[in-house]
Design a protein around this ligand. Structure first.
Ligand code: NAD
Ligand code: AHE
Ligand code: ZN
Length: 370
């Protein structure tokens, strides 16, 4: 079949909206009509050329929601008409990682996924002249139709609006999951969140759910404060307005250091600050941000010797097929909020404007509705 997609032809170039070829689902695969997709900073990270795994031409996008149109041979858990959210972290429920009970990082298809290929080593997308187009994070939601492995789809309830629940495909789950699954924040905790964008705001909403007493938000953009307060922020800090050392300032503000800190910027200097403002003896710092090729983190080992913990999280530690339907229920039951964070709704033709809004700090989430 043919479908419309925003194609990343080369690193650093705007996406180009065009017709592309899409082959039907092979064994174990599913054809999905994408109804809506969010624009996450990770898409921009790859588009810009900062991603060491970046491969072009590719159809980016990994924060989608849609409807199953067709299933390949052997697919048992899904049927045409089912509503689904694509999962860049699949859940095969069979690999060593899935069975460990210790991680959400299913490795069943990670190698081919990182190469922009389906599990059989081929692509389903191509240009009209036959040139292959690579998949992205196993999802490629910047296409109106896409093919995914069955294990990379969460089946969700049918009354949930696509233009909101697409955000559960990455930002919402990552932010809330970092708090609940990875940090396991306790009632009464003090926390610092660096970066109050699409991920950081969901960390804040997760901290409020977990019953944190103090939620400090750090961002270079003052405009992010108001929305963050809506989601539970108690203190806002703009590092540009702090005289002296930001770490010392945050340690004082949290009365000795935070129990939990989160980096949602992708900046390695910030990651160090996040670790070092965690409480001596027990503070845990969680890296969520994705850093560009070649970037490395550093600190004095003494920071760890004296009891701080440095950890990271992917997709908020969530097991997608199990946890994503529950998070959709949380949204539908009013336990969590999504709507105010979706600041812009665009057509596919306007997708590059969505990345401009991200760069200008004007959007939290821009969502493309097909
Ligand atoms: P975003 O652009 O919406 O938000 C980033 C925020 O960080 C902005 O508000 C910006 O003003 C702020 N910021 C930038 N530099 C800063 C600095 N030096 N100090 C303080 N604030 C600063 O991006 P997003 O979609 O929220 O994504 C945030 C990061 O999380 C990105 O690196 C993204 O790739 C990553 N991410 C990781 C996962 C995961 O599973 N680990 C999932 C999704 C996103
Ligand atoms: N390709 C990058 C790594 C990017 C990365 O860490 N991705 C996160 C999800 S970000 C979603 O917005 C992730 O899931 N990581 C685990 C994994 O297996 O990719 C690089 O640096 O190579
Ligand atoms: Zn993302």
């Amino acid at each position: 079949m043919r479908t419309r997609a925003a194609v990343a032809l080369e690193a650093g170039k705007p996406l180009e909206v065009m017709e592309v070829n899409l082959e039907g689902p092979k064994a174990g695969e599913v054809l999905v009509e994408i109804k809506a997709t969010g624009l996450c900073h990770t898409d921009e990270f790859t588009r810009s050329g900062d991603d060491p795994e970046g491969i072009f031409p590719a159809i980016l996008g990994h924060e989608g929601a849609g409807v199953v149109l067709e299933v390949g041979e052997g697919v048992k858990s899904l049927k045409p008409g089912d509503h689904v959210i694509p999962l860049y972290t699949p859940e095969c429920r069979e690999c060593e990682y899935c069975l460990s009970g210790k991680t959400n990082l299913c490795q069943a298809i990670r190698v081919t996924q990182g190469q922009g290929l389906m599990p059989d080593g081929t692509t389903r997308f191509s240009m009209l002249d036959g040139t292959p187009i690579y998949h992205y994070m196993g999802c490629s939601t910047f296409a109106n139709h896409t093919v995914l492995p069955e294990i990379a789809l969460a089946k969700v309830r049918e009354d949930a609006p696509f233009d909101k629940i697409c955000y559960i495909g990455c930002g919402v789950t990552t932010g809330i999951g970092a708090v609940i699954n990875t940090a396991k924040v306790e009632l009464g905790s003090r926390a610092v969140v660096f970066g109050l964008g699409g991920i950081g705001l969901n960390v804040i909403q997760g901290l409020r759910l977990a019953g944190a007493d103090q939620i400090v938000g750090v961002d270079l953009n003052d405009d992010k404060e108001e929305m963050a307060r809506h989601f539970g922020l108690t203190d806002f800090v703009n590092p540009k307005k702090v005289e002296g050392d930001i770490v010392a300032h945050l340690v004082e503000l949290t009365k000795g250091g935070a129990d939990y800190t989160f980096d949602a910027t992708g900046n390695t200097t910030v990651m160090r600050q996040a670790l070092e403002c965690a409480h001596k003896g027990w503070g845990t710092s969680i890296i969520i941000g994705v850093a560009k090729a070649g970037a490395e983190i550093s600190t004095r080992p003494f920071q760890l010797v004296t009891g701080r913990n440095w950890r990271g999280t992917a997709f908020g530690g969530a097991k997608g097929r199990t946890d994503v339907p529950k998070i959709v229920d949380w949204y539908m039951n009013g336990k969590i909020e999504i709507d105010p964070m979706i600041t812009h709704t665009l057509t596919l033709d306007e997708i590059n404007h969505g990345f401009e809004l991200m760069h200008q700090g004007k959007s939290i989430r821009a969502v493309v509705v097909y």
